[in-house]
Design a protein around this ligand. Structure first.
Ligand SMILES: Cc1cc2nc3c(=O)[nH]c(=O)nc-3n(C[C@H](O)[C@H](O)[C@H](O)COP(=O)(O)O)c2cc1C
Length: 152
């Protein structure tokens, strides 16, 4: 099975989780770049606002998800919600994603992020999970190993 792990990351947590998952799943990795400046205090405030308002953004990514049997998609949680970058990715690529799995990284609480991802894609994921910042590496490994068993 050909697997792609796609992620957006502002401060590195989701990138770290995605890399661990790709290693366990023997998958390719693609980073979604948000062209909007999300740095600094203003970037932080705008990030929360944009996520809450369900805004899209301008993104860049490299790989074509239609080349893969399974696409694992990771977003940080912002104000309990999915990031504009991953919202936009899902909206652009819905038709091209055959099977999906979702994960989000957060500091402690992610109420709506995963359900929003499912709603935007319009497909039930094979697996969806919340990875906590404090146990990120363990959570990422466990998620990927369970997913691997499920797809074997
Ligand atoms: C604008 C903003 C809003 C956030 N909102 C939440 C939240 O609602 N719940 C939570 O547990 N963590 C929240 N966080 C923390 C991030 O989800 C967490 O640090 C995540 O792992 C960051 O991923 P990254 O390093 O890949 O960018 C928020 C962070 C930012 C920047």
């Amino acid at each position: 099975m050909k697997i792609l792990v796609v992620f957006y990351s502002r401060t590195g947590n989701t990138r770290k989780a995605a890399k661990i998952m790709a290693e366990v799943l023997n998958a390719d990795v693609d980073e979604v770049i948000d062209k909007k400046n999300r740095r600094g205090i203003l970037g932080f405030l705008r990030a929360g606002y944009d996520a809450t308002r369900g805004k899209t953004t301008e993104i860049e990514f490299q790989r074509d998800p239609s080349d893969y049997d399974l696409v694992v998609i990771g977003s940080p949680t912002w104000n309990s919600r999915v990031t504009p970058a991953i919202r936009t990715y899902l909206m652009k690529n819905g038709e091209k994603i055959k099977k999906a799995a979702f994960f989000t990284t957060c500091a402690g609480r992610s109420r709506k992020c995963l359900s929003q991802m499912e709603e935007i894609l319009g497909k039930k994921p094979l697996k969806a999970g919340i990875l906590l910042q404090k146990s990120l590496e363990r959570d990422a490994r466990e998620f990927a190993e369970e997913l691997k068993k499920g797809t074997a």
